[in-house]
Design a protein. Structure first.
Ligand code: PHE
Ligand code: NA
Length: 500
């Protein structure tokens, strides 16, 4: 069986950028930067991008390109069973993320339609939680299915799995060739509109104003590293999988720099657009920008609808453009994350691509229904929190320590990348991977463990969001813990004989 391949270099880059540019760029970055020093955040951010983001991207691109397999198969070919489990761990983290990421895209799809005529009314918060999400049960309980989420959710999976069935070149590459340029154009229209609104300058000042005191605070550096990992989709098995479809002669380091800078460029653009709009909102309400700035679900589904309500002129259209952008950015990321386990399953069991999409994607789709029920938001929020904190940072840390120190593969990878790349990797690359990144991530994990895990045994202190110990522990184990255990178990299954 011939391995699938990208049709062109641009196709691969668009797909990698499509994976990187996601909900994180639009609703996470602006707020993280604002909270962590505004203009001064760019120093730790750039440092994290250059010492961890791009070096790990280069590493993952090289692994996929050299070993030509899904993350588990690549690690297996690199060092056998000793390393294979790491690939599965990343794949199962990806699997868990895909189950709730799909649901947020479904919300965005529904909100695209809501935009025409501002179905959310004046009280956008009440609308979101009470009418749309129907959140009227305690954390950990589920009511019935919420059809307003379920129906777009089915659509999200049909589109995503349909694209994956069509293959790497005819499906993923083709979809990204359409979705990414469309996304950039839509987003440029939104940003231009936002910066020309009354009060935009106020928002931009709040966003860019440097607070240099923050730079001395270690938590700001941790935030920068955490964001870079999430934003570049590294340590999710994604970039290894995508680069395994590269043709033999491919410039790896250049591709990594382009992907990294394109993602950051989009983030910066989003920061400008979001804060210009927040400046407008603050001006309308005659409050400081800090009062309207918020992150995540609150920003996209509460504050933005308010902004859209206030816009002069064709506000319905602009609302629809915004939510359509979220939908497109999300879909291209969901494709990439689903491809990690589709590829893993195909190779492990020697089954066809269609079967892997049907079983792997189908299972993820079934599980995702949990998040489309009344009370689903609590599951979604907790899963997202634990998987991002523990799943991704932990996989990233173990990945660099294994490769740099235990398996000692940086030299081999360096030579491989240098064979086909313009920019040659030197000592700086090894120092970033072997020293700087493990130190920062190690420090980060230590803080997280003392903060969160130990709290589970200390019944006086609060859990994340004040959730009960049972719910917090269950969600921690189900989202972050299970991925590691299942990963190790699966690594004991034999590879299909049809996989060389
Ligand atoms: N890089 C994505 C973003 O910025 C994050 C992501 C991608 C998460 C794919 C999961 C899967 O939003
Ligand atoms: Na991103």
């Amino acid at each position: 069986m011939n391995r699938q391949q990208w049709g062109s270099r641009a196709g691969f880059i668009l797909a990698a950028v499509g994976s990187a540019v996601g909900l994180g760029n639009i609703w996470r970055f602006p707020y993280v930067a604002y909270e962590n020093g505004g203009g001064a955040f760019f120093i730790p951010y750039l440092f994290a991008l250059l010492t961890a983001g791009i070096p790990i991207l280069i590493m993952e691109f090289t692994i996929g390109h050299k070993y030509r397999g899904s993350a588990p198969l690549s690690f297996f070919r690199m060092s056998g069973k000793k390393a294979e489990w790491l690939g599965w761990w990343a794949v199962f983290v990806a699997f868990v993320i895909s189950t709730y990421y799909a649901v947020i895209i479904a919300w965005a799809m529904r909100y695209t339609i809501f935009s025409f005529g501002q179905a959310w009314g004046e009280d956008t918060e009440g609308f979101l939680f009470t009418e749309f999400l129907q959140l009227d049960v305690a954390p950990g309980e589920t009511g019935g299915i919420v059809w307003g989420i379920f129906i777009p959710l089915v659509l999200v999976w049909v589109i995503t799995l349909g694209i994956l069935v069509a293959g790497v070149k005819k499906g993923i590459e083709y979809a990204n060739r359409i979705f990414i340029p469309t996304l950039v154009i839509l987003f440029l229209i939104i940003v231009i509109r936002a910066v020309t609104l009354e009060g935009a300058a106020l928002g931009l000042t709040a966003f860019f104003e440097p607070n240099f005191e923050n730079i001395m605070d270690p938590s700001v550096w941790v935030a920068a590293y955490g964001h870079i990992f999430f934003s570049l989709s590294i340590a999710f098995a994604i970039m290894i999988t995508y680069s395994s479809y590269l043709p033999k002669k491919s410039d790896i380091t250049n591709n990594a720099f382009i992907t990294g800078f394109a993602n950051s460029g989009f983030e910066l653009l989003a920061g400008i657009g979001v804060f210009a709009a927040l400046g407008f909102m603050a001006t309308q309400l005659e409050v400081p920008v800090s009062e309207v700035a918020s992150a995540g679900v609150g920003l996209a589904f509460v504050v933005f609808p308010q902004i859209i309500n206030q816009l002069p002129g064709l506000n319905g259209i602009f609302g629809a453009l915004f939510f359509l952008s979220l939908t497109l950015a999300g879909l291209t990321s969901l494709m990439s994350i689903t491809e990690t386990y589709v590829a893993g399953l195909t190779e492990k069991l020697g089954i066809s691509r269609n079967k892997a999409v049907l079983f792997g994607g189908g299972l993820a789709a079934l599980i995702s229904i949990l998040f489309a029920t009344q009370g689903g938001l609590f599951f979604l929020d907790a899963a997202d929190y634990y998987i991002n904190q523990f799943g991704v940072a932990a996989v990233g840390l173990v990945e660099v320590v294994m490769i740099a120190w235990i398996l000692r593969k940086t030299g081999v990878l360096q030579n491989h990348a240098n064979l086909t790349s313009d920019i040659h990797l030197g000592g700086w690359w090894k120092v970033c991977l072997g020293l700087i990144t493990p130190i920062v991530l190690g420090y980060m994990m230590f803080g997280l463990i003392t903060q969160n895990v130990l709290q589970q045994f200390d019944f006086d202190s609060g859990n994340y969001e004040g959730y009960s110990d049972e719910f917090a522990l269950t969600m921690f184990l189900a989202s972050a813990g299970a991925a590691l255990v299942v990963g190790i178990i699966v690594s004991f299954i034999k590879w299909s004989r049809s996989t060389p």
